[in-house]
Design a protein around this ligand. Structure first.
Ligand SMILES: [Zn+2]
Length: 571
């Protein structure tokens, strides 16, 4: 051991040491790292110590966030989450940038750190101390959005229900029930619209200011740098929008026309999109979340024994919070506990097939966390969403053939219908992604994004461009309310195109699995294990996919999906 490495701080041995930490408790660790002389011998151990420190702190923060999203009504949990997200993280970033500068100045390089160093360089370049209070404020505004929307309940047939608990009613054969459920789900957001629009006005202003302070023309340009999108540009996103409009929207029109005929309606309304056209009741693939976990485990074991074992580990270590409850934050996510090397899944299951898809999706993220944990440094495991969503969306497709295993989540006939639903949904989602991304682009580059009414009108235009075959007349308020429900636009701006790019990758992984399931799953796992040690095109290539939004690629994949839909329908 060299002299320099002896001066490295001795770190706590558990994230519990930071559970109640204030920034003042954390600062000395960063100062200690900042004071270590860096030379050829010391820089490696120093980097490992810094990574270890961030594992400990980010895991403490992740545990606070998990506790908060499990019950957003508990003020103590909210305070703990905000202590990390609004007070500690901005400081952490500032001091992280300081250490990154030292690392970059040292000239240290390793092939498996090329992408990491490129990312750190980008962070250093865009960092502005004067923006820290703006980021803190944005965290508080985000918490306000979560509080406002997480607490939503509606009265439904004499019972108080969460919005996810109304989803089953959108699948009811009785059209009037579906319409009431659809309107009941839109109403809270229509009522909140003025308040949410005002909240967004503030977020918009703070974001544009952050961009300006960092020397960018607008928040879109800033976001491409901040999200380390080294492998594609805003123009590529525009190409994605145009290709989806040209290739996917006509396919959606064919799906909707077929649905309209099957339902025997003269026009499709938005509450007609989830019901089974043959009038069969909604699938109830599981009774409670224990059963969901049990059956999902069998599915993952069938995909690959290693994946099944990882999922079982999560069940055994109580790393799954699956059921919908009042006060629980909506949606689903997978968070990584980097010190333990374990993922955690949060979702809101109510007993539907959609919940199974959500679990397959989030489990794909968790398999990514397990696979990339073999990378020694934290930053080598931090992947962008394009890579993260490739993991999750591929798993939805790779696992679906196994849902009908004996004792599983569906009968073969149910599975056939579920796959039709899933593949139709893949195309509809590509168009939804294009509309959300085009909308965000408009918000941050049109010059009118700070005008609430202009925003709503722009949303309607984006929807008109990418929707087809559904009659929204008389439902303008509901249609506008839809974007206020799209939490990414509020909480994770510009996080959406990744779903589209990753879906295109996942379709290619699936295409290969149809002739070589074992090879496709093996390459999928090897691609995940790369973490962020290679570029996106290289990571996709390892998984057997081409990265990008090339129109010819999209045309081929739409044809693949439509062929498979035709095959499933005639089976
Ligand atoms: Zn995801």
């Amino acid at each position: 051991m060299t002299d320099a490495s002896l001066t490295l701080p001795v770190l706590p041995d558990s994230p519990a040491a930071f559970a109640d930490a204030q920034w003042g408790d954390i600062l000395p660790w960063y100062e200690a790292l900042a004071g270590v002389p860096l030379d050829a011998d010391s820089v490696g151990p120093w980097l490992a110590a810094w990574s270890r420190l961030e594992e400990l702190i980010t895991e403490a923060a992740a545990l606070a966030m998990i506790a908060y999203t499990a019950d957003t009504r508990d003020p103590a949990r909210e305070a703990a989450h905000l202590r990390f997200s609004a007070e500690i993280f901005p400081q952490l970033e500032e001091h992280g940038v300081r250490l990154a500068r030292r690392l970059l100045d040292s000239g240290y390089a390793r092939p498996d750190l090329d992408v990491v160093l490129q990312r750190l360089r980008a962070q250093v370049d865009i960092f502005r101390e004067e923006s820290i209070p703006l980021f803190s404020e944005l965290e508080e505004l985000s918490a306000r959005y979560q509080r406002m929307t997480g607490g939503i309940t509606v009265e439904w047939e004499g019972q108080t229900r969460t919005l996810p608990q109304l989803l089953p009613f959108l699948k009811q054969p009785v059209r009037d029930v579906r319409e009431r459920a659809f309107r009941a789900m839109g109403a809270p957001y229509i009522a909140l619209r003025p308040e949410l629009a005002e909240l967004f006005d503030t977020m918009f202003e703070r974001r544009q200011r952050i961009a300006t302070q960092a020397g960018f023309a607008d928040f879109q340009a800033y976001s491409f740098a901040a999200k380390c999108r080294f492998d594609y540009t805003p123009d590529d996103c525009t190409r994605f929008h145009d290709s989806v409009e040209a290739e996917v929207v006509p396919a959606i029109a064919r799906i909707m026309e077929r649905r309209r005929q099957d339902l025997g309606l003269d026009r499709l309304r938005p509450w007609d999109l989830d019901v089974d056209p043959a009038g069969r009741p909604a699938l109830r693939p599981f009774g409670d979340v224990a059963e969901l976990g049990e059956k999902a485990s069998r599915v993952f074991h069938a995909v690959a024994p290693e994946l099944g074992a990882e999922f079982d580990l999560m069940r055994g270590e109580r790393l799954l919070d699956l059921e919908s409850r009042a006060g629980k934050a909506p949606g689903g996510y997978c968070e990584t506990l980097h010190f333990r090397g374990r993922p955690f899944i949060h979702m809101n299951a109510v007993g539907l097939l959609d919940d199974v898809n959500t679990l397959l999706h989030e489990a794909g993220h968790s398999f990514h966390a397990f696979a990339s944990h073999r990378q020694p440094l934290l930053w080598q495991r931090y992947v962008g969403a394009e890579s993260a969503e490739l993991a999750s969306m591929s798993m939805e497709l790779l696992a679906s053939p196994y849902l009908a295993e004996p004792g599983g989540l569906a009968t073969p006939e149910e599975l056939r219908l579920a796959r039709v639903e899933h593949l139709e949904d893949v195309l509809i989602t590509l168009a939804h992604v294009a509309s959300v991304d085009a909308f965000q682009r408009w918000i941050y580059t049109s010059g009118e994004g700070g005008d609430a009414r202009a925003r709503d009108r722009a949303w309607l235009r984006c929807r008109a461009r990418f929707q087809s075959g559904v009659d929204w007349s008389g439902l303008e308020d509901e249609q506008i309310a839809r974007w206020y429900r799209q939490l990414h636009i509020f909480l994770y701006p510009f996080y959406y195109i990744e779903y589209g790019l990753a879906q295109l990758g996942a379709l290619q992984v699936w295409r290969r699995s149809r002739s070589d399931q074992a090879g496709a799953v093996r390459d999928y796992r090897e691609a995940l294990a790369l973490g962020s040690t290679v570029s996106l095109p290289a990571m996709y290539a390892r998984a057997g996919a081409q990265f990008g939004a090339d129109r010819a690629l999209i045309r081929d994949l739409v044809r693949l999906v439509e062929d498979e839909l035709a095959r499933l329908r005639s089976a």
